[in-house]
Design a protein around this ligand. Structure first.
Ligand SMILES: [Zn+2]
Length: 500
């Protein structure tokens, strides 16, 4: 008689029963010897759950049975064949149809109505037993959690797990790194998660997994951990089996969550701030994707050279940058102004604007430019005035020259009179232009009242479009110059604002 042996083990089962593949095979071989049968092949599924029929070795066994290779298949017990009764019945029927009978080492069923019934009853009880065990373990886990004890070590960076008392203890060195990361991110704002990861790597601090280097997502995960505030929730998710070897994590309803506590590493407010900064970054990303209008576009000038500011963009992160038209320094034009992220600069500018608009006095001080600003932009009007003044000076030197030539008899009287008359005409025209230029800002342009500016800025909705509208209606000119040498988004920008 030709027979096959089938053995299966899922990791949990092995732990519960202590039966390895080896013991199962051993028992099955012994059974085959008792039956006086010849074992053609052994089929083994290692690490596969019995909850599903899709198992590689079982598949090839079923094919071989269909081909009529075996007269019997030896299983250690019915549970090894399949966990669910319905699967056991399907397989048994399939085997018997192909002229092959299942043989179990632990049970012996006869192909009689009574035998079938006891076989099925056994399956029903096994299924019931498993459900009971599952429920009992879950209840045990919940009770443990309610008593304030962690079920298992979740390997939270910053803590060590005390197995004896089932609780977390602070790991002083790691906790210091956690504090440092929050400080960098929230208080010093040195940069995003990418930059912090790089900084940690440069400092030679080992990553949470111990060997590989820090990456942005490990920093980001850390900023998400509620454990550091001393309070977190357990029992928030469960695993659903979706295939022979796959699980899916699903959320539990809020009322099933269990509040847990562990030693605090950072204050709750700091954690909250980090979360809000992170969500803000996400909003910025959405803005960038929708390419909202850049606040300062078309109005801002470079604080270093007076050139206009344009926008460059694209690249991998789809970020947009303000840049001076004279950068990068080319032949002739030398401006070393740094690039500025549009989103960061706009947010910074808006906060400066809001601060100025808290009171009318400060707005008044800013009308027509900040007093004593370090970086005065080269305003075209100023250039024009300087040019006129220079030309008037030139006319005066020319007049002296004409007089000296006349005295040396190099010019006739009529020539000299003509020359002097034309110079005088030029000079009076330029003087008029100069006077007009000097009076224009105060007499010709009607200025907004400081109170109006304050009100408009303060009542502006937080949308980029609304801010752009308000900006264009109150600000005449703004010069921007980035002064820091930082990486990341900790900008230090001088804004020189001229209100309308
Ligand atoms: Zn420039």
């Amino acid at each position: 008689m030709n027979v096959a042996i089938y053995a299966r083990v899922s990791t949990e089962w092995q732990a519960e029963h202590g039966y390895s593949i080896g013991t199962q095979i051993e028992a099955c071989r012994k059974k085959a010897a008792e039956m006086g049968a010849f074992v053609v092949k052994e089929y083994i599924d290692d690490g596969y759950s019995g909850g599903f029929l899709e198992r590689p070795a079982l598949d090839s066994l079923r094919d071989a049975v269909q081909d009529g290779l075996y007269e019997a298949v030896i299983f250690h017990d019915a549970d090894r064949m399949a966990r669910k009764l319905i699967h056991q019945l399907i397989l048994t029927e399939e085997l018997e149809k192909a002229g092959c009978r299942p043989v179990f080492v632990l049970e012996r069923f006869d192909n009689t109505p009574e035998g079938n019934m006891s076989y099925q009853m056994k399956g029903v009880f096994a299924e019931y037993e498993r459900a009971k065990i599952r429920e009992r373990t879950m209840r045990g886990k919940r009770a443990k959690l309610r008593a304030g004890k962690a079920i298992c070590d979740s390997h939270i960076y910053g803590y060590d797990f005390d197995r004896g008392n089932s609780c977390y203890e602070i790991n002083p060195a790691e906790a210091e790194v956690v504090r440092m990361i929050y400080r960098w991110y929230v208080e010093e704002m040195v940069g995003g998660c990418e930059y912090i990861a790089e900084k940690l790597n440069n400092m030679g601090i080992p990553s949470p997994s111990g060997n590989v280097s820090w990456c942005a997502s490990s920093v980001r995960n850390l900023l998400h951990r509620p454990h550091y505030t001393g309070k977190y929730f357990a029992n928030t998710q469960y695993h659903k089996k979706t295939g022979p070897k796959s699980y899916k994590r699903l959320p539990r309803p809020r009322e099933e969550w269990i509040e847990m506590s562990c030693p605090q590493i950072i204050p709750a407010e700091l954690h909250q701030k980090a979360l809000s900064i992170k969500s803000k970054h996400r909003t910025y990303k959405v803005w960038q994707k929708n390419s909202y209008p850049a606040l300062l576009q078309g109005v801002a000038v470079c604080g270093a050279c007076g050139g206009s500011i344009r926008i460059t963009g694209g690249g991998k992160r789809n970020a947009r940058w303000y840049t001076c038209v004279n950068t990068p320094p080319r032949n002739g034009s030398k401006c070393a102004a740094r690039l500025m992220d549009v989103v960061v600069t706009d947010a910074l500018f808006w906060s400066v604007l809001e601060e100025i608009c808290t009171s009318e006095e400060t707005v008044t001080a800013y009308i027509g430019g900040r007093a004593g600003a370090e970086c005065l932009p080269a305003i075209p009007e100023q250039n024009k005035r300087q040019k006129i003044v220079k030309r008037i000076e030139k006319i005066q030197t020319e007049r002296t020259a004409v007089m000296s030539w006349f005295s040396q008899s190099l010019l006739s009287q009529s020539e000299a009179t003509e020359k002097l008359a034309s110079l005088k005409a030029d000079e009076s025209r330029l003087q008029n232009e100069l006077a007009a230029l000097e009076n224009s800002p105060t007499s010709e342009v009607e200025r907004l009242a400081p109170a109006d500016i304050c009100a408009v800025v303060r009542n502006c909705p937080a949308s980029p479009e609304a801010r752009r509208r308000v900006f264009l209606s109150v600000v005449e000119k703004v010069s921007v110059l980035r002064r820091d040498n930082n990486y990341g988004h900790k900008y230090l920008i001088d804004f020189d604002i001229v209100f309308k």
